[in-house]
Design a protein around this ligand. Sequence first.
Ligand code: SF4
Length: 432
Amino acid sequence: MSTKSFVVKWEEQELEKVSAVEGVSVEKLQRLLDAGRVVIPRNAKRAKKSGDREIALKAIGPGMSTKVNVNVGTSKDYVNLDEEVEKARIAVQYGADTVMDLSTGGDLDEIRRTILKEVDVPMGTVPIYQAALEKAGVRAVVEMSSDDLFNAVRKHAKDGIDFVTIHAGVNLNSLERLRRSGRILDAVSRGGAFLIAWMIHNERENPFYEEYEYLLDIAKEYELTLSLGDGMRPGCIADASDRAKFMEAITLGELVKRAREEGVQALVEGPGHVPLDEIEASVKVMKHITDFAPLYLLGPLVTDIAPGYDHLVSAIGGAVAGMYGADFLCMVSPSEHLALPSVNDIKEGTIITKIAAHAADLVKEGQRERARRLDDEMAYARKNLDWKRQFELAINPEEAQRIKNSRPSESDACSICGDLCAIKLVREFLKK
Ligand code: SF4
């Protein structure tokens, strides 16, 4: 592992706090941070601006617990700031490690700044949305100037945003691979689609790729973490693991290297829709060609035919991907592919993604023992029919309690077997 000097400097106290949460030594954490293999997104300005309000430090990368991001935000069709704030709040309540505001409707500055004030976890955005939406008319996307793109990044950084998705790997090279790929769904990343349309219309290279040094300068100034987006991510099972995706990933690996050389923290985003038997290869190849940059997965969704249940479809893929080394899972809500999520969709999506992250941690190097302690405690609580402890340990205690109380048992067991409780019976006869 090569070590670089990063712009962000962590206080000893901060590292101690993170290492205690993650159950790793400060030395190991520092080593991984120095190599850029673990990132802790935090905008220096936000840290200062927040005064005595502490912003949680979240270490993302190998050896750390699998993190969960939750996307909130308005659309052009539905704008309700209070609801977006409530979504962010409920996401954090149910364990989101980070929140991203992906708003594309209403007053984007007001929405972003309000959510930023409400959450005490790292917050991310996709600045290209704002650059495009500040242009009027239907052709807004192709009329953005390179300045519009970078100004949007600077504006978000100035506000204190901790990490930004930048689709710098969508370039003329990956576009050529996309043209030849014969995909069904071409591109499904919104930011990626904006840039594809822009490059074709303007017959120019993507400014985020062409002027990457300038992007790094902004990132350095604000200690902004770059989340290198996967604009070429496959949007259906048929399109998974093709050359367009991996061409982009190769570029992202090069961009990670350049970010590290400039002391900028960077992570890499991954697919998308991937069948179960391709997840291992997908994660491992992404990891290797990006020199083990933290890997942030949007899914992966393991089938296309379950609209309404895509949070479950994504959690299946997320758990498997986490087992093979994915570090950061993006929540998918039940309303994926159908509608802007409701507050309850965000809650359900967050909980199921946390379950996927924990399932991955149970088999993940460095987190196995810590995660196992929780499961073992639950097993003992079950053995003792200690319902209070079971609820305390549950990922969603209220739901567990609600179900238990909805069909109570006359015995101290539950109403599935009642007096015939297998645990009780065997425990009695084994005299344990
Ligand atoms: S009653 Fe049946 S399901 Fe309920 S705790 Fe006992 S063994 Fe488990």
